[in-house]
Design a protein around this ligand. Structure first.
Ligand SMILES: Nc1ncnc2c1ncn2[C@@H]1O[C@H](COP(=O)(O)OP(=O)(O)O)[C@@H](O)[C@H]1O
Ligand SMILES: Nc1ccn([C@@H]2O[C@H](COP(=O)(O)O)[C@@H](O)[C@H]2O)c(=O)n1
Length: 259
């Protein structure tokens, strides 16, 4: 997985021009929570309320990425285990921590990144479906263990934890894994009892204490989502003003030079 970072572009696809040595460093928000707690749904709602969801992804000021893109590639023996539901995808070792850190660093340094999507049917990264992350103002990074790794946790400007009760999460995970992830009921329940539940208790749940905002009931909590959206809206407005001022300053300097 090399070459996922591209050099900083001078002119962004969303029309924002960067001065030669200016870096567009986004506000990075971590969104953690147990499996099927509603992390992706919360991110989607935030994007929708900010008017970003319907925008072409090259134009967005707010982008959302998933920790799934950083599952490490499995050895042939691990692949066989995974096919039988006997690989622990909820353990921190299932992720490529270094790549996750380097990618977030690159994004924070205003570089474009290309992330593979994740194919749950084959338990592997899908490099044919790559999500291009252009420099944005706000980046949401969601996943079960985004607050687990201290080095990564320290990169976030804001940390959200989606706190949905475990019965509800299991009731959502079962139909989702059967309908969308190509699993059968027996495998879903065995994986849940063997790996998912114990790993949630050992690795994910303890990271709730690092959150700045805990969102009980996930996407149903419209009050919490409204407050978060309001906060992000203020960040975007401040960024737009700063960019406008910078453009005016650059134009004034160039007029003065030409004179
Ligand atoms: N508030 C909600 N009410 C009903 N279903 C929901 C709600 N939030 C999420 N879901 C459903 O639960 C499943 C898991 O949600 P998702 O947002 O993908 O969770 P996560 O990203 O935490 O795994 C999906 O099928 C989604 O449509
Ligand atoms: N090949 C895989 C990879 C991951 N999982 C499960 O996905 C869960 C994380 O995704 P959420 O959208 O639910 O947060 C995690 O609990 C893994 O068990 C999988 O089943 N197969």
């Amino acid at each position: 997985m090399e070459g996922i970072f591209k050099e900083k572009s001078d002119c962004l696809p969303n029309g924002n021009a960067l001065a030669n040595d200016e870096v567009k460093s986004p506000f990075l928000i971590g969104v953690a929570g147990g499996t099927a707690s509603g992390k992706s749904t919360v991110c989607k709602k935030i994007m929708e309320q900010l008017g970003q969801a319907e925008m072409d992804h090259t134009q967005r000021q707010v982008v959302s990425i998933s920790q799934d893109s950083f599952y490490r590639e499995l050895t042939p023996a691990e692949k066989l285990k995974a096919q039988k539901g006997k690989f622990n995808f909820d353990h921190p070792d299932a992720f490529n921590e270094e790549l996750m850190y380097e990618t977030l660093q690159a994004i924070l340094n205003g570089k474009k990144a290309e992330l593979p999507s994740y194919d749950y049917r084959t338990n592997s990264l899908d490099f044919d479906n790559v999500l291009v992350i252009y420099p944005a103002d706000v980046v949401l990074f969601e996943g079960i263990l985004v607050f687990y790794f201290p080095k990564i946790r320290d990169l976030f400007h804001m940390k959200l934890f989606v706190d949905t009760d475990s019965d509800t999460r299991l009731a959502r995970r079962v139909p989702r894994d059967i309908n969308e992830r190509g699993r059968d009921l027996d495998a879903v329940l065995t994986q849940y009892m063997t790996f998912v539940k114990p790993a949630f208790e050992e690795f994910c749940s303890p990271t709730k204490k690092f959150a700045d905002v805990i969102i009980p009931r996930g996407a149903d909590n419209t009050v919490a989502i409204d407050l978060i959206v309001h906060h992000i809206g203020e960040i975007l407005a401040a960024t737009n003003i700063a960019q406008h001022n910078n453009t005016v300053r650059t134009a004034a300097a160039s007029m003065k030079r030409d004179h």
